[in-house]
Write a protein that binds this ligand. Structure first.
Ligand code: DGJ
Length: 723
């Protein structure tokens, strides 16, 4: 997979090749990333020209064609001649802000590197790791570029370790996880953006001169932008064109920036956002960036997404939930919000269990004085006014379903026992009153003592009864980020230390409660990222449970993240977020585009609706592997304003497929349409919903006539099974 030959490094995956070369001045150049090629030294593609105002390194002497400003760099520097996006910015104790990296050595190993305290893809001998050592000799700083290669999945992971080898203090002002130059130019930039209740909407535009970036400075990866981006050729669509997906395994401030320079060759950098970031390295200390991962697909978005999905399922989501079935859950939030007691919960459970639901999730409101969002956060003990006898008394009333609870450990209300005892544990800067979000403050999770206190309180709850699931919520953006435990010149570390603290807490939960299913959440999908998935195999996708809005949200999410990660529930109508009426059938079909569960008071449904639910749950369980682990195809886009949105899952052996289809706003006199199915075996013959006999090649190339839709927001599921 990885070939190293006198400073030439070639990484081959199943469909792609990636190449770098240390040149005559020991600058590590990026020479190629694209469809798999046989090999050779591709540095012949680099053109050396004299560009005015592009300085030349001292050792290039009279060679005016050699400039860091014009050459494709593997990990860009700053202040020494490259004016494009930097990957590394150092501040030395002499006040200089320069970084100049030259190739020193490399190491090739079997297996995949790990990153202490940070999420990372994992695996065994199917991986190879290449470590390239770069050195800034003046600063005496070593930079290790780590590359993990998973050939079968076309996955190349990257992380960077920066080590201060000098006897002086060095400050990092910026440290990207990934830098990628695209000498071929002419690319589109795709990002996934939105807001609370409309996360990860697909946006595409041509890369233009200057810098374009998305990111977050909210302390979380955010509802507003996602740490996953695509660069692609203008002709790229689901089945054609070259595309490059880049994802950051990180749940805090991030930046994905693309710069088109004077030569019209874009550069992508991805990593921790430089806003209010700095890290002090004492002599001998090192800093490790979060991991980034790349997949290049020569054949469009579908192949890229499927490769990400497989890699996430098998090499990021950890046991026992890598392969284990997740339960169909019933959650009480939209049914009750804070206003419940044990008998109300028991009544919801009594209605849910006979319909096949397996896990009861008690959401916000069960602890402290938590009757609204004004109070209670931080007080992690059961509110016995609502739940007399505590969890021990409630659990037996759940009709044999497993028991899950909601927590929001990073937060505190000023009206809480915790805040009254430790007001200084919430983020606040000297002489400023902190901003509130949802009437709550953020605990300083960069502090071990704060984390320990919260963790011990949570343990007392979790040890009372068997809790098999925890929903870890986080309901505001960070402000007033200042930590009492760090000196003034190290406050730039707090945002990152907060994320490390979060990962530490979740890792402790994983270790102490093996088998616990953690669901991530941040007001829906405000922290829906690959970093979180390392700890929480599923994440509540959005607080917007309207099936029609969800089509767009789940569509955008699917470009990177697998179905099994996408928390999706059927909720009541009219929908709580937009008042829309959608049938139970369609709500179920859309929730099967994710982990599938219910979030409503089933006692408020009719007998007919309960029969629909019973059938949905049975169908989901019967086809669980196909739905959750099948290869995912986006058949149409909800953004096209067409008559329907359709998607499909195909089993790895291609003997089964499920097409789901939801109509949008209908127009009269729609033309007749056929649906061409994807990914089937052309040599097999399929029954559709138990009927007919259609050759796979016919279904894929000629298709099936679609039923003429009647009424907005109708849905159809077509199950294909090889005979
Ligand atoms: C936001 C979450 O996204 C909701 O599902 C719910 O858990 C509320 N928080 C509870 O406060």
């Amino acid at each position: 997979m990885i070939l190293c030959d006198k400073g030439l490094f070639t990484l081959h995956t199943k469909h792609t090749t990636y190449q770098m070369k240390a040149d005559r001045h020991k600058v590590l150049l990026h020479t190629y990333y694209g469809p798999r090629i046989s090999g050779g030294d591709l540095s012949y593609l680099i053109q050396y020209t004299d560009r005015s105002f592009s300085p030349c390194p001292n050792e290039a002497e009279a060679d005016r064609t050699y400039s860091l400003d014009t050459l494709p760099q593997e990990f860009s520097t700053c202040g020494v001649g490259d004016y494009r996006l930097p990957s590394l910015e150092l501040e030395l104790d002499d006040g200089s802000h320069l970084a100049d990296l030259r190739y020193a050595d490399f190491r090739l190993e079997k297996g995949k590197y790990a990153l202490e305290g940070l999420p990372a893809f994992f695996g065994g001998s199917e991986w190879e790791t290449l470590t390239i050592l770069l050195r800034d000799t003046a600063a005496e700083v070593d930079v290790e570029l780590l590359y993990g290669v998973l050939e079968e999945r076309d996955l190349i992971t990257r992380a960077v370790r920066i080590c201060n080898r000098s006897s002086r203090t060095v400050k990092l002002c910026q440290a990207a996880s990934l830098c990628l130059d695209f000498p071929q130019g002419n690319l589109d930039f795709i990002t996934f953006d939105g807001a609370h209740a409309k996360e990860r909407c697909f946006h595409r535009s041509p890369v233009r001169p200057g810098v374009e970036s998305v990111g977050s400075v909210r302390g979380t990866s955010s509802h507003h932008h996602n740490p996953f981006v695509i660069l692609c050729t203008p002709d790229a669509d689901e089945d054609h064109g070259l595309c490059f997906g880049a994802v950051l395994l990180y749940s805090g401030n991030f930046q994905a920036a693309v710069e088109q320079n004077q030569l019209e060759t874009p550069r992508l950098t991805l990593g921790i956002h430089p806003y209010h970031f700095s890290w002090t390295l004492a002599p001998g200390e090192s800093f490790t960036t979060p991991e980034a991962a790349l997949i290049c697909s020569p054949d469009g978005f579908t192949q890229m997404s499927q490769q990400f999905h497989r890699a996430f399922r098998d090499h990021l989501i950890r046991d026992p939930y890598a392969g284990k079935r997740r339960p169909v859950l019933i959650n009480n939030w939209e049914a009750t919000e804070f206003h419940f007691d044990a008998s109300k919960l028991a009544a919801i459970a009594r209605a849910a269990a006979p319909l096949g639901m397996e896990l009861f999730v008690m959401d916000d409101g069960w602890f402290g004085k938590r009757d609204s969002d004004f109070s209670g956060l931080g007080d992690w003990f059961v509110n016995e006014d609502k739940l007399p006898g505590g969890l021990e008394a409630l659990a037996p009333q759940l009709e044999g379903m497993d028991f899950g609870i909601w927590i929001e450990p990073e937060m505190v209300n000023e009206d809480s026992e915790l805040y009254r005892a430790h007001p200084d544990w919430a983020f606040q800067a000297p002489r400023r009153a902190p901003a509130r979000g949802r009437m709550q403050l953020v605990l300083d999770f960069s502090r071990q003592d704060v984390r320990d206190h919260i963790y011990q309180a949570l343990r007392k709850v979790l040890d009372r009864v068997k809790v098999t699931y925890v929903k870890w919520d986080m309901n505001r953006s960070l402000t007033d980020v200042w930590s009492a435990t760090l000196p003034a010149d190290r406050q730039g570390e707090v945002f990152h230390r907060y994320v490390l603290g979060l990962y530490d807490m979740q890792e402790r939960l994983r270790q102490d409660y093996p088998g616990l299913l953690l669901e991530g959440c941040s007001g829906g999908g405000g922290r829906f990222d690959a970093g979180m998935l390392y700890y929480a195999p599923q994440i509540w996708c959005s607080d917007n449970t309207d099936a029609i809005d969800r089509l767009r949200i789940q569509y955008g999410t699917s470009f990177c993240y697998p179905i099994s990660a996408v928390g999706a529930h059927v909720s009541a109508v009219p929908n709580a977020q937009n008042g829309r009426m959608v049938s139970m059938e369609t709500r179920g079909v859309v929730a099967m585009g994710g982990t599938f569960g219910y979030e409503m008071d089933l006692n408020q449904t009719s007998e007919e609706e309960r029969e629909v639910i019973r059938r949905q749950v049975a169908f989901f369980k019967e086809h669980y592997d196909l739905i959750q682990r099948g290869d995912y195809y986006r058949l149409t886009s909800p953004l096209d304003n067409g008559p329907y949105t359709a998607w499909e899952q195909v089993s790895p052996d291609r003997r089964e497929a499920l097409v789901s289809l939801v109509t949008g706003n209908l127009r009269a006199a729609e033309p007749f349409r056929a649906l061409r199915v994807k990914g089937l075996d052309p040599a097999l013959v399929y029954r559709v919903n138990g009927e007919g006999a259609y050759p796979g090649d016919v279904l894929m190339h000629a298709g099936l006539p679609l039923p003429m839709p009647w009424g907005d927001y109708q849905s159809v599921q077509l199950y294909f099974q090889a005979i």
